[in-house]
Design a protein around this ligand. Structure first.
Ligand code: FPP
Length: 233
């Protein structure tokens, strides 16, 4: 029997929330929660193909996450670098195309370079497109787009929605069909605030490390029942 649900969304975006609370519940340091979250990301990536998802965008690190204690930021950066170092060949082999949304400047140059190389290496893969929102903030993204338009000399009256969309980090990425947030929190947290204007939202009642294939299936089932109207009737 196929695992694919009917009307599978093409593009699913996820706010992977709850790693810290998952760890706290177990008396573990927060970084252990992020490691468990990383293990879970591997499982979720595996399930995308089986569930018919072609594009996944994950919120890995926001522009606001720099405010976390230095030790946690260091731990997270260590995990991200480790994943690129150790797992890139496997991602590539499995046909995953990696993309980055956010700002690469402001990151450690060695790390930013690894990200650029990973994007270049995987650019022709098409089994699954994985957009990693890293050092990403939705408001900053819109401000940057507007600044670019002004710098190009576009007149205020000539600015259109399409122009702004075309100057976001996601310029050639279709808007997400479904945005999932784990851990039950009901916030957008500056994630894809332009692109998500007509996305369906789904709140999963589990922490990210526990968001398994069954949870994903429930999210897709709920999505399949929704009637998307994009403001019409
Ligand atoms: C939220 O948990 C998660 C993050 C800050 C993102 C980090 C995500 C991972 C490490 C998953 C793997 C991703 C990659 C790209 C390898 P939280 O700390 O906000 O949880 P809390 O709200 O319970 O404190």
């Amino acid at each position: 029997m196929s695992d694919k649900t009917e009307n599978a969304p093409y593009h699913v975006a996820i706010i992977m929330d709850g790693n810290g609370r998952w760890a706290k519940q177990r008396g573990l340091p927060r970084v252990a929660g992020h490691r468990a979250g990383t293990d879970n990301l591997r499982r979720v990536l595996e399930s995308c193909g089986e569930l018919g998802i072609k594009m996944l965008t994950i919120y890995a690190f926001s522009t606001e996450n720099w405010r976390r204690p230095e030790e946690e930021v260091k731990g997270l950066m260590g995990i991200f670098e480790d994943v690129i170092d150790r797992e890139l060949p496997e991602f590539h082999e499995k046909g995953v195309r990696l993309r980055h949304i956010g700002r690469l400047d402001g990151l450690k140059p060695v790390f930013a370079d690894k990200v650029r190389k990973a994007i270049e290496l995987t650019k022709n893969n098409d089994k699954l497109i994985l957009n990693i929102a890293f050092n990403y903030g939705g408001r900053a993204e819109i401000v940057e787009a507007v600044k670019t338009l002004i710098a190009k000399g576009v007149k205020a009256d000539d600015i259109t929605e399409e122009m702004i969309s075309a100057h976001l980090y996601t310029a050639d990425v279709p808007d997400p069909d479904l945005i999932i947030r784990t851990s039950g929190e009901m916030r957008v947290s500056n994630f894809l605030i332009w692109q998500g204007a007509y996305s369906e939202y789904y709140l999963a009642p589990v922490y990210w490390p526990d968001f398994d294939k069954e949870q994903m299936r429930l999210a897709l089932e709920e999505y399949a029942k929704r009637h998307r109207r994009f403001g019409g009737l």
